[in-house]
Ligand binder design. Structure first.
Ligand code: DHB
Ligand code: MG
Length: 216
């Protein structure tokens, strides 16, 4: 992942990132070994800075994987904060829960197992920040509910907005990622950019991160 920024620049950014720790580094290794897609540490630092900037105390995540991004988010939250992550794969949910304990955030980070489209109706808002890193084909169906769950001036952050550049027609000569996902992400970027309830910018870090703030 990460065909957007040239590798030497990514390495430079990585060399200046002091916000990680040994548990996160070990989790990133675990993700690579198990083939579970994780954000990278620079996106992790971005999540942590944004969550800290808005004083996030209630955070929702779609798609926990092994819990790597959740630990970055939880690191920005005060004791008593609540992070709820949805995960459809029970084995991944178990791995994430174990990692939460190991990372010392088991008091605030929780996993709900199931389909995000069902689980979004079971949680109540408002959330300060929502990180959507779930199935890209569900973005459209989830969107209105996610916006409703967000507090005014809350952040909706969506991973993989550039999809290795494949959302740009003709940019990638031999597209390697799922065509259905590519179409869904491109359509969703368009929807985000036009949603009058939000102000959205896409940061071309790693695989692209869409950052939307909900209007008052
Ligand atoms: C995939 C999903 C992700 O959320 C990600 O960050 C990278 C890859 C995928 O489904 O291929
Ligand atoms: Mg992702």
């Amino acid at each position: 992942m990460g065909a957007i920024i040239p590798p030497p620049i990514e390495q430079y950014l990585a060399s200046l990132n002091r916000l990680g720790d040994d548990v996160l580094a070990d989790m990133a290794r675990q993700g690579r070994e198990q083939g579970v897609p994780c954000i990278d540490a620079e996106v992790g630092a971005l999540l942590r800075v944004l969550a800290a900037a808005i004083g996030a105390r209630r955070v929702l995540e779609i798609g926990v994987g092994i819990g790597y991004s959740a630990v970055w988010l939880a690191r920005a939250m005060p004791p008593g904060g609540l992070l709820v992550s949805f995960e459809i794969d029970p084995a991944r949910a178990r791995a994430a829960s174990a990692n939460f304990k190991r990372a010392g955030v088991g008091d605030r980070a929780n996993v709900m197992v199931g389909d995000a489209q069902r689980l979004v109706s079971k949680v109540s808002g408002p959330f300060d920040l929502i990180f959507n890193d779930g199935d890209k084909r569900q973005h459209d169906a989830l969107h209105d509910r996610l916006v409703a769950l967000l507090r005014p001036r809350g952040l909706l952050i969506t991973d993989n907005a550039l999809w290795d550049g494949e959302v740009v027609p003709g940019y990638v000569a031999a597209p390697a990622r799922g065509a259905e996902e590519t179409r869904a992400i491109a359509a969703y970027n368009e929807r985000l950019s036009r949603d009058p309830r939000l102000q959205t910018t896409i940061v071309p870090l790693r695989d692209g991160v869409a950052i939307s703030v909900k209007n008052d």
